[in-house]
Design a protein around this ligand. Structure first.
Ligand code: GN1
Ligand code: MG
Length: 374
């Protein structure tokens, strides 16, 4: 298996004309959708000494991302825009290859799509209890949105249509539950009942947007804290990565998804959910960082939805995990047979806890917004 992967990575490196000799690789297992490998090459540093250079090679999940042209087109526009606006700052750099007479940032293989970018030495966090780091992550995501606030959103395609349309996510879940293609419905009845019982509250952001009450911005849409790279020595945020879902969207989705992931007492797929719930200190630190960058720009309707957005995005992800379980685990990578069900249960436990802490969360958001607002 490893040999097969090594051979494939070697082939990808050749197609992208990476200099030096293929030396070693390791899989980075953070992502739940794409497959990512850190690949190390040895080159001559010019003085006859060996130097290592590393790249990230990603096999894009074409079940999730149906159109690589659109996907990479969006990413290139966004990274170029950031590079021009913030010259000198670290930015993602994608390599190019020639294929079918075209120069492009991805390689199409018989069964897959690959892209390559330069590895940035940094630290990332899946779980972090240091409020300074969490506040920095809030700043980084808030800043990301502010950098793109002047970007013309009509240049961006929807890489995954209706990605954060919670109503549509529910409709799909309910349809798949009715069809029950893998005969798993009997295992998920309690989870389904809870999600349906909170459907209207979970969909309130989507409904408000449809009613014209929320502003459409350019958002990241996948703001897990492990998508911020930090400087190893100083702990300062370096760059926001994973730009696959940068699309027009709602500020609450970015805020809520970051909180969902970072402020949970447990991992997002904890099997034992006794401790699952929202840590209000972490929430506060993230809100403080995020609003320090965005409060002046956000409308009061947007600020009013930030706490609620944590609940809605958590329910939305629970519907996605549960739905994927019902249809036979087609979208998310799984590590065990019931992984998607375990993930869904954990998100439901988190959503329940958020429901009970919503007033406190709202109070925190409003106090930060007041502090940093106009
Ligand atoms: C996926 O692959 P990763 O970890 O970047 C998913 C997010 C989910 C997340 C849950 C394109 O993100 O929407 O919130 O898993 N990304 C996509 O861990 O579906
Ligand atoms: Mg992602």
């Amino acid at each position: 298996m490893n040999e097969e992967i090594a051979r494939k990575l070697l082939e990808v490196g050749q197609a992208f004309h990476l200099p030096g000799s293929f030396f070693s690789f390791e899989e980075i297992t953070n992502g739940n959708v794409n497959r990512t490998y850190k690949v190390n090459y040895v080159t001559d540093d010019g003085t006859g000494m060996a130097a290592t250079r590393s790249y990230l090679m990603q096999k894009i999940n074409s079940y999730a991302f149906k159109n690589p042209e659109i996907l990479m087109g969006n990413i290139e526009k966004v990274t170029e825009y950031i590079r021009n606006k913030r010259p000198g700052e670290i930015c993602l750099h994608f390599h190019h290859t020639e294929q079918n007479g075209r120069h492009r940032a991805y390689l199409e293989d018989c069964d897959s799509i690959w892209r390559v970018y330069t590895y940035i030495p940094a630290v990332t966090y899946n779980k972090c209890s240091d409020v300074r780091i969490i506040r920095s992550a809030g700043e980084a995501f808030g800043d990301f949105q502010m950098v793109l606030s002047t970007f013309d959103a009509s240049q961006l395609y929807e890489t995954i249509p209706d990605f954060h349309n919670t109503r549509k996510r529910y409709e799909k879940l309910i349809k798949d539950a009715r069809e029950d293609p893998c005969d798993r419905l009997h295992e998920v009845e309690q989870e389904l009942a809870y999600l349906i019982s909170v459907q209207d509250m979970a969909c309130s952001l989507t409904d408000m947007y449809n009613a014209g009450k929320l502003t459409l911005r350019v958002t990241h849409n996948d703001t897990k804290i492990n998508n911020v790279l930090f400087q190893p020595e100083t702990g300062a945020p370096l760059v926001v990565i994973d730009l696959d879902t940068v699309m027009p969207g709602l500020v609450g989705n970015d805020f809520g998804d970051a909180v969902r992931f970072a402020a949970n007492f447990t991992e997002e797929d904890a099997e034992d959910t006794i401790k699952t719930g929202i840590d209000l200190n972490i929430f506060w630190a993230f809100a403080d960082g995020f609003l320090s960058k965005t409060a002046k720009t956000l409308t009061s309707a947007e600020i009013d939805t930030l706490a609620l957005s944590c609940f809605s995005i958590t329910c939305e992800l629970a519907t996605r995990f549960l739905d994927d379980y019902l249809v036979g685990d087609r979208y998310f990578k799984i590590k065990s047979e019931k992984h998607n069900l375990i993930r869904a249960r954990c998100q439901i436990a988190l959503a329940r806890d958020m429901q009970s802490k919503l007033r406190a969360m709202n109070a925190i958001v409003h106090s930060c917004a007041e502090q940093y607002g106009a």
